[in-house]
Design a protein around this ligand. Structure first.
Ligand code: ADP
Length: 577
């Protein structure tokens, strides 16, 4: 930049000098010519005066001689009115039988009366002034015009010398000035380079040019801001990176082509890789086949999938979640959806669950025989109640009812553990009469329905389906029991069966106490009951909905639940047949 500035400056100086010298020589020329003309006119006036005072030719010759004596630059020509030259101070032979003539143009000029400029003319480097003194005499005075070419050469030489001096001076000056500005630019660029490398150094704001100093101040503020922002971004990203890499969970983000956008160390360890795998396809990593298959399925169908997988090599069980999201980043714009995969080690939990489930199964088995006896014998005693007092009968009734409730709970627990351990394989090709099962269950609940004065609305479009009777009965039982249990007095229950584009739907809608939305995921967990205030009047174990969920898993059915506190709930089961 500096050299360019110097070059331009020198060029401007040279052009300015050329224009200046050209203009000044033109002006100088013009004024010199004017001066010479005035001088010639003045001389001619004197010459004419003296000539007009002569009375004869000898006097005339003497006057001319005197006037041009020692004046080589001045020539006086005297001619008669016809233009015959009588005396020529530059030519002695004139008059001695030799009379050259003035040209007709000169005669015209001499005869001109009013126009003074007509008397003046130049020819061959000579300036002439011609006038007619009287009817007989014409006088022509002339002077030599100095050789202009020489003058121009001289002035050109002068211009050349001045140009060299000016260019030299301007070179030194421009060098100094540009160096100052270039230095400022250099410090700005090295400051910006430092900022880019994550460092910051303030530029010295003292500068001889006020504007440059102001600009440097601004640049200091801007680069400080950029440096601080970059540092914050870098720090935040490092913190995040630290957090992600030290999470006790495998963590991956994939594009919709299965390419890795993000992966943490834990997920890398599961796949046994150390190197950078960003932008590689997930199939290049050594994950269990089932994980890769589920990822492919999730991407293909744009679905969220959750499952357990046992990685034998590690001897661990992982709970894998695949969640699809709209791509929130501008980067990776080739993918509209991204897939967040989390792998959590649930080995301990699953072992505890297994132990718990085994314990429940064993305990339920142990309890089943005594409870069956209690309920059987209390029923037997009630059948011969004549010999008992009213109070005894009351006690016997309580024992019988409670033992039936306990038996139901134990049956539910056994069914649950059976389902979980797949001890019992279920025949899914049975003809199930939905109407019959619903009516049976309504009959079992007749007492509380009547007590609460509930209105039951049946809309059964589908009566028969192919499935497993025990499992469907269990679904109906649990959802109906809840629709009654969590209803309000004089409320209603709508039971419908219908077909949609995916299969048969069983729907149970009540106008009961409802639930908060945040509870809707939790109610399917085993033994989970919404807090005491919600359940203050109702008894329960928190098994029912968990059992429904497990059954739906076996039947490949989907559960949808909607609820609004104080307005009621709606549970629908979508069977894929
Ligand atoms: P419980 O034996 O407590 O009924 P469930 O597993 O059947 O156990 O239900 C879990 C919890 O879900 C219940 O405790 C209850 O708080 C809530 N719940 C289930 N169904 C309904 C419903 N229809 N209306 C309101 N709350 C319900």
């Amino acid at each position: 930049m500096r050299d360019e500035l110097i070059r331009r400056n020198v060029l401007i100086v040279i052009i300015a000098l050329l224009i200046f010298s050209l203009a000044s020589s033109l002006i100088w020329n013009h004024f010199t010519r004017n001066n010479m003309q005035n001088e010639l006119v003045n001389i001619s006036v004197v010459v004419n005066e003296q000539i007009s005072e002569t009375t004869n030719e000898t006097e005339l010759q003497t006057v001319v001689k005197n006037l041009t004596k020692n004046q080589q630059w001045l020539t006086i020509v005297v001619a008669n009115s016809h233009g015959n030259i009588l005396i020529d101070s530059s030519n002695d032979s004139v008059g001695d039988n030799y009379f050259p003539n003035l040209s007709s143009d000169e005669l015209n000029r001499a005869n001109e009366i009013d126009v003074k400029n007509k008397h003046l003319y130049n020819k061959d480097n000579e300036l002439f002034y011609i006038t007619k003194l009287n009817d007989d005499i014409i006088v022509r005075t002339s002077i030599m015009i100095a050789d202009n070419n020489l003058g121009i050469l001289e002035s050109l030489f002068f211009v050349f010398v001045v140009a060299i001096i000016v260019v030299f001076l301007s070179l030194i000056f421009t060098r100094k000035t540009t160096q100052n500005i270039v230095d400022a630019f250099n410090s700005v660029s090295s400051n910006l380079k430092l900022v880019n490398e994550g460092k910051y150094e303030e530029i010295d704001t003292v500068h001889r040019y006020k504007e440059v100093a102001e600009a440097i101040k601004e640049i200091n503020v801007i680069s400080n801001n950029i440096y601080t922002s970059l540092k914050t971004i870098k720090d935040d990203s490092e913190k995040l990176q630290f957090l992600i890499n030290n999470m006790d969970q495998g963590f991956l983000v994939l594009s919709n082509k299965g390419n890795i956008i993000l992966i943490n160390n834990y997920a890398k360890r599961i796949a046994k890789v150390n190197e950078d795998v960003i932008s590689l396809n997930i199939h290049n990593l050594n994950y269990e086949k089932i994980i890769l298959e589920k990822i492919d399925y999730a991407i293909e169908n744009n679905e969220n999938i959750y499952f357990d997988v046992k990685i034998n090599e590690l001897g661990k069980i992982f709970y894998v979640t695949i969640d699809a999201f709209d791509n929130p980043w501008n980067e990776f714009s080739d993918t509209k959806r991204i897939y967040l995969i989390k792998l959590s080690d649930v080995t301990k939990e699953r072992l505890e669950e297994k132990n718990k489930s085994e314990f429940i199964a064993n305990a339920s088995h142990e309890l089943k025989t005594p409870i069956t006896s209690i309920s059987g014998f209390s029923e037997l005693l009630l059948s011969s109640s004549e010999s008992y007092s009213e109070q005894d009968i009351n006690f016997l009734n309580i024992i019988h009812n409670e033992s039936i409730k306990m038996k139901d709970t134990i049956d539910q627990l056994l069914l649950l553990t059976n389902i979980e351990n797949r001890k019992e394989s279920f025949d899914l090709n049975q003809d199930v009469d939905l109407e019959l099962l619903i009516n049976e269950e309504l009959a079992n609940l007749r007492e509380p329905i009547e007590k609460m004065q509930l209105n039951i609305d049946l809309k059964l479009d589908i009566i028969h389906i192919t499935s497993n009777e025990i499992l469907i009965k269990e679904i109906i039982r649990n959802l109906l029991v809840n629709a009654v249990k969590y209803n309000k007095n004089k409320g209603s229950i709508t039971i419908s069966t219908y077909r949609n584009n995916k299969g048969t739907v069983l729907s149970f809608v009540d106008t009961g106490i409802g639930m908060e939305e945040k509870m809707l995921d939790k109610i399917f967990e085993r033994f989970y009951r919404i807090d005491e205030s919600h359940n203050s009047k109702t008894s329960g174990t928190g098994i029912g909905l968990n059992l429904v969920k497990q059954i739906c898993n076996i039947l490949n059915a989907k559960i949808n639940v909607e609820s609004k506190i104080d307005s009621g709930s709606s549970f629908s089961i979508e069977l894929n047949n």
